[in-house]
Design a protein around this ligand. Sequence first.
Ligand code: PRX
Length: 640
Amino acid sequence: MLNKISGFADYLQKYQESIADPEKFWAQIAEANYWHKKWDQVVEWRFDGPKAPDVKWFLNAKLNITENIFERNMFLRKDQTALIWEPNDPAEKEIKLTYGELFDKVKQFANALLNLGVKKGDRVAIYLPMVPELAIAMMACARIGAIHSIIFAGFSSTALSDRIVDASAKVLITSDGGFRGNKIIPLKEIADEALKKSPSVEHAVVLKRTGKEITMTTGRDVWWHDVIKGMSTENKAEVMDAEDTLFILYTSGSTGKPKGVVHSQAGYMVYSEYTFKNVFQYSEGDMYWCTADIGWVTGHSYIIYGPLLAGATSIMFEGIPTFPDAGRFWDIVDKYKVNQIYTAPTAIRALMAQGDEWVESHDLSSLKVLGTVGEPINEEAWHWYHDMVGKGRCPIVDTWWQTETGGMLISPLAGITPTKPTMATLPLPGIQPILVDQEGNEIQGNAVQGILCIKYPWPGMLRTTWGDHDRCYQTYFSTFKGLYLTGDGAKRDEEGYYRIIGRIDDVINVSGHRIGTAEVEDAINEHPKVVESAVVGYPHPIKGSGIYAYVITESLSDEEQKNIEAEIRDTVNKLIGSIAKPDIIQLVSGLPKTRSGKIMRRILRKIGEGDATNLGDISTLLDPDVVEDIISGAKVEVKR
Ligand code: PRX
C-alpha cells in the first residue's frame, strides 16, 4: 500500500526525512492523491508576526476531497463496502453501502443542496444522530464546496444556535429524532428552539429517523426524502483551492464560548489519510471500527475522511456501549469480524467495570489493533484492554491529538512501535514536539516533563478560528512565540517516549469530551439564585474527569435548598447539554480569591482531588477562612 511505513527502522528513517526536508517528505505523500492542479509550493508558514498564524500547505493546488474518496477509489472499489451502519437496536437491520452506492447518494444529496441554493463557501450546520445520512451530508457539502459544521446531537438548543449563529449557517440538516440506548432524543424539537435564534438559516432539511410526530415550518423545513426526490446522481465536483475551508468544528477552550476550529482542504486530506493508514497499519480488506460520534473530530477524521480516503471499510455505530447490554461492543466486533477497533478510555473503563464475562463470551479473535483516544488512559484500563480484549496479541495505539490538529500527532504505529502502558510513545513523521517550561524555555533531554508544544506545522493543523483570526493567535500561538501551544502537559521518558499527562489549562476531559470550565460556570450562573460559581475537574473512576462545581447562592428557603442542585444541573443541561452537567455540586459561602479578585482554582482543584495537605500559601487570600469552610463541606473525602 502506498505511503505505508513497513517497520520500526523504516519509521525512524521516514521520521528523520520528514524533519530534514518536510517539503520533500509531504510532497511525496501527496503525490498519491488526485489533483486538478498540483501545488506551486509545499508549505509556507509563520506562527508569529503580523496576521499570524499564517500556515498554507500545497499552495495553489486544486482538488476536491470527495474525488479522492470516490473517483480515485472507484476503479478498484466500486463494489467494496465503504460504510457499514450498525443501528442502535440490534433487531433493526444494518445498512451496508458500497463505494459505488455511497457515491451516488453523496452526489444526489449534493444536487439537493445545490437546489436549495447552497453555494461554494456557504456554511451548512449538521445536527444529526449517527445515521448514514450524516456521512452522506458531510461529504455532499465537501462535494459542492460548502463548509460543514457538525454539531454533536447531544448538545442543547442554545449550544446549537450559538454555533449556527457564529458560522451564519444557511442550511441546517437535522432529523425528527435520534435513538440512543432506550431513549429517543427529540432533535427536531431542539432544533426548532435553536432556529428561533438563528436568523441565517433559510432551510432545515429534516430526515425521518424515529417516525415521531414533529412540526414542520412551511417554507423553511423540507424533508430529506423530498429534497432528494428526482435528483440526479450525476454531479461534478466543485474544484477547490488547497486552502479553502473544508469544515468548521467547534471546541471548548479555557475562556469564552467554544470556537470554530477551521480545517482546510488539501492538508487535512493528506494528513488524515496518511495517519489512518500508518497508525492502524490498515491492510486491504481489513474491517475497521471507530466507536466515536461524528459530532467530534475523531469521527470526522477516523470514521469518514481518513478511512474512506484510504479505501477502507468503516463501521459507524448509532448506539451506546451498554445497550441492550454490556456485550454490545463485543457483539459488533464478532458480527463484522472487526480488525481494528478505536475507542476512548472512558468506554474501556465503563466496560471493564461490567465484568470480564461480557468479553469472554464473545469471539474477538479477528482483532488485530486496539486504538484509544481522547484522554490519558490509566494503567489498569490499558492492561485490561490489552490482556482481556486483545488477549495480549494486539498492540494498543494510544493516539494523542486534538480537534485543532486534524489528525493524530503522537502515537505508536500498530505492531511497529514498541508500546509501553499509558504512553502515546513517539511523534508521527512530520511532527516536531517540544517540551517547554512556564517561561517557554525548551526542556531538552529525556526523563523530563513540561508543557507540550509543536514547533513546525503539519498539513492537518488548524488554520484559524472561524470569524476571529486573532483569537486563534491568542489561544495557540501567543503564549510561547513561534510555537503551537497544545494545552497539554507531557512527560518524555528515558527513551524519548511521550506520556500525555492532561490539560494544563481550564479545560476538562469528561468521558473524552472536552469541556471548558468557564462555559459550565457561565451556564450555572444563569440560574437566578446563583451568585457565583467555580468549576474544576476531579478524578472520576469511569469518566476520567468529573465536573465539580462550587456554587455560591442567594439565601434559599428550605424548599429551594432541596431543589437547587437538580435545578442547576437542569440549567446546564439546557444551556450546553447533559455532557456538561456537574457530577458534584457543593454550595459554599465564598470562593478562595486573591486580593485582586481572581479565583484560586488550584486550591479548588486540590480539594476536589481530596488532598488538602499541600495547598500552598493561602495567607494572601482575600478571606483565607473560606478554604476551611470548603474543605469541611467537601463532597469528597479530603486528606488534611
Ligand atoms: O488533553 C488531550 C486529550 O484530549 C484533548 C483534545 O480533545 P479534543 O479536541 O476533543 O480531541 C479529542 C480527540 C482527538 C487533548 O488536548 N487527549 C486526546 N487524546 C489523548 C488525550 N490525552 C491523553 N492521551 C491521549 N491519547
